[in-house]
Design a protein around this ligand. Structure first.
Ligand code: SAM
Length: 294
C-alpha cells in the first residue's frame, strides 16, 4: 500500500483527450464488450460507460492500488469487471472471463498523475521518496534503486539514451556510478542536475522516464500486447492508444498501419487542443492513435 491515503493519492488524475476518445468509440456503434487496458483512475472508463451504457467493460491495471480504487469507484456497476493484470496478459484475462473476442479496446499508456504525485512511489524527481517506480510493488521485481545501484556505467548510459533520448546520458551515467549508492529520488535528482548546466528539469524528466520504462519493462509489455491484440479483437473493432513518447508511439503506429491486421483510423492520429495542453500539462506530449481490426 502507498504511504498516502488511497483516495488522496488517486484524486488528482485528469483524463487526457476524453472527448476525442469517447467520440471515436461512439462512432462505431455500441460494442457488446470493450477493454480498457490501463483503467487507472477510471476517468476515461467513466466517460465511456456513460456514452456506451449497454457495453460490458473489462478494466485492467497493473497497479493493485489503481485496481482497488477502480473497484470502489465502480462498485455495484454490473457493466464493469476489474482485473489486476498487465495488458500483456489480455488473452489470458479474456479467456478466464469467457470473452473470445472483444468489440473495442483502449490503452492510455504510461502513468497517472495520482501515481506521479505519490512520493512513496518514487516516480517524481521533485518530491522525496524511495527510488521504487514499480507499477506493481507486490511483484517483487527490480526497483529503480536496484537498477541505479547495480547496473554498469554502460548499461545505465544505454537506459538513459534509449528510453529517455537524453544526450547527456554518458556523463550522467558516469556521475551516478561515481556517487552511488542512492536510495532517494532527490539524491539522484541532485546528481543529475549537477551534470547539466541548463534545461535540467527536462533532463530530470527524461532520466526518470527512462528508469520507469526500464523498471517496468514497458516496451516489452507493449510489444507483447501489440503481438496479441489482433487475435483478441472482433473484426471491425475500434482500437485507440494514447501515447506519450516517440518510442511507444512508433511501435503503436507501425502495428496499426503496417501489420496488415488493422486499418488505420481517419484521422490516424489526433493531438490535444491548445486549451487542453495549457490546462493539463500531462496532455502536452499526448498522441491519440486510432485504428480498426481488419
Ligand atoms: C495514464 S494512466 C491511465 C489513466 C486512465 N485512463 C484514467 O482516465 O484514469 C495509465 C495506467 O496504466 C497502468 N499501466 C501501466 N502499464 C500497464 C500495463 N502493462 N498493463 C496494465 N496497466 C498498465 C498504470 O498503472 C496506470 O494506472
Amino acid at each position: 500500500m502507498s504511504g498516502v491515503p488511497l483516495e488522496r493519492s488517486l484524486a488528482g488524475h485528469v483524463p487526457v483527450m476524453p472527448e476525442e476518445v469517447v467520440r471515436f468509440f461512439m462512432s462505431g456503434g455500441e460494442p457488446e464488450s470493450m477493454v480498457d487496458g490501463t483503467a487507472g483512475h477510471g476517468g476515461h472508463l467513466a466517460a465511456l460507460l456513460e456514452a456506451l451504457p449497454g457495453t460490458r467493460f473489462i478494466a485492467l491495471d497493473r497497479d493493485p492500488d489503481s485496481c482497488e480504487h477502480l473497484r470502489r469507484r465502480f462498485e455495484g456497476h454490473p457493466g464493469v469487471t476489474v482485473r489486476n493484470s498487465s495488458f500483456s496478459k489480455l488473452p489470458e484475462v479474456l479467456l478466464e472471463i469467457g470473452i473470445s473476442r472483444a468489440g473495442a479496446a483502449f490503452f492510455d499508456l504510461g502513468l497517472s498523475s495520482s501515481q506521479l504525485d505519490d512520493p512513496s512511489r518514487g516516480f517524481s524527481h521533485s518530491t522525496e521518496g524511495p527510488l521504487d517506480m514499480r507499477f506493481d510493488r507486490g511483484s517483487g521485481g527490480v526497483t529503480a534503486a536496484d537498477i541505479i545501484n547495480r547496473s554498469s556505467e554502460r548499461q545505465l548510459a544505454d537506459i538513459f539514451h534509449r528510453f529517455g533520448q537524453e544526450r547527456h546520458s554518458r556523463a550522467i551515467a558516469r556521475a551516478v556510478v561515481r556517487e552511488r549508492p542512492f536510495e532517494l529520488t532527490t539524491q539522484l535528482a541532485f546528481t543529475i542536475s549537477r551534470c547539466v548546466r541548463s534545461h535540467h528539469v527536462k533532463t530530470l524528466s527524461r532520466i526518470f522516464q527512462a528508469l520507469r520504462i526500464a523498471v517496468n519493462d514497458e516496451l516489452d509489455e507493449l510489444a507483447k500486447l501489440l503481438g496479441t491484440l489482433a487475435g483478441v479483437l472482433a473484426p471491425g473493432a475500434p482500437v485507440a492508444f494514447l501515447t506519450f513518447h516517440s518510442i511507444e508511439d512508433r511501435m503503436v503506429k507501425l502495428e496499426l498501419r503496417d501489420s496488415g491486421s488493422f486499418i488505420p483510423g481517419k484521422p490516424f492520429f489526433l493531438r490535444p487542443s491548445g486549451a487542453e495542453s495549457v490546462g493539463n500539462p500531462r496532455a502536452r506530449s499526448a498522441m491519440l492513435r486510432t485504428g480498426y481490426r481488419r
